[in-house]
Design a protein around this ligand. Structure first.
Ligand SMILES: [Cu+2]
Length: 257
């Protein structure tokens, strides 16, 4: 009987770990994905590490890198970030003034996060595109991150129901059959998933690393392609542990009405 309970407890722990594995997403969301010539040129960006559908957050350390690619040039914005709180956890924010037309690809490389439940370090290289002042140029440019989603669909001006497509890359090369997790940012908690599989959508890329997903609701959608890092990393206890590297991209859809 004791052995049975031990097995049961073990199984519950395994399932709990599997579940939490489905949910971490680094987020980078701007106050708007499109800045028109008549709009305020200052936008606000929020960086947080959360479970987008379920709503809870983890503490985020100051990122390793934060910047923007615009007009073919990368600008380091790390000095502009400030700490903030998001759902009682450490997060960051930044203000950015749009100075030129064109697509702005904002990115963040977080400091590795230790996840004891999964015994691994997590690094989600994350990006989001803001279109500015009427010039639609630059959204498909690669940042050259360790792992990255390169969009095959212009990632703004999207209606709810539109399809998003992208190529998953690692070290600049497509990742065949990469697994991509998709979550909706359930900001107001209105969506109540009827069962656990609704929390995170799981899709796979094809042989060329290309994936697609039709987004059924207006709001922010996160796409996370996860893979194992080539090298181990030291956890806070000084042990060598595997690293989960993620290529994350955020896309906003709006309601057609
Ligand atoms: Cu978590």
């Amino acid at each position: 009987m004791k052995a049975f309970f031990r097995t049961l407890v073990g199984l519950v722990l395994v399932f709990a770990a599997v579940n939490s594995a489905y949910a971490h997403f680094q987020m980078i969301v701007p106050s708007t994905e499109i800045v028109t010539p008549t709009d305020d040129k200052e936008i606000a960006l929020k960086l947080m590490f959360i479970h987008p559908m379920e709503g809870h957050a983890m503490d985020m350390a100051k990122p390793t890198a934060f910047g923007v690619l615009v007009g073919g040039q990368k600008h380091n914005l790390l000095e502009s970030i400030e700490p903030m709180e998001f759902r009682e956890h450490a997060a960051f924010k930044a203000a950015y003034k749009i100075k030129r037309p064109g697509d702005h690809v904002f990115y963040v490389e977080p400091t590795p996060y230790w996840e004891p439940a999964e015994s691994l370090m997590i690094v989600h290289y994350t990006k989001v595109v803001v279109n500015a002042l009427g010039l639609e140029l630059g959204w498909d440019e690669e940042l050259g991150l360790k792992t990255e989603i390169v969009p095959l669909v212009r990632p703004y001006g999207l209606w709810a129901g539109n399809e998003f497509r992208g190529i998953v890359k690692k070290d600049g090369k497509p990742v065949p059959f990469a697994e991509v997790e998709v979550e909706y940012f359930n900001e107001d908690g209105k969506i109540k998933p009827p069962a656990d599989p609704f929390i995170t959508q799981v899709i796979k890329a094809d042989a060329n690393g290309v994936f697609s997903y039709a987004m059924p609701r207006a709001g922010w959608w996160g796409f996370a392609a996860l893979s194992e890092g080539d090298e181990k990393m030291k956890n806070p206890e000084g042990e060598d542990v595997p690293v989960e590297i993620g290529a994350v991209m955020w896309v906003r859809t709006r309601l057609m009405e």
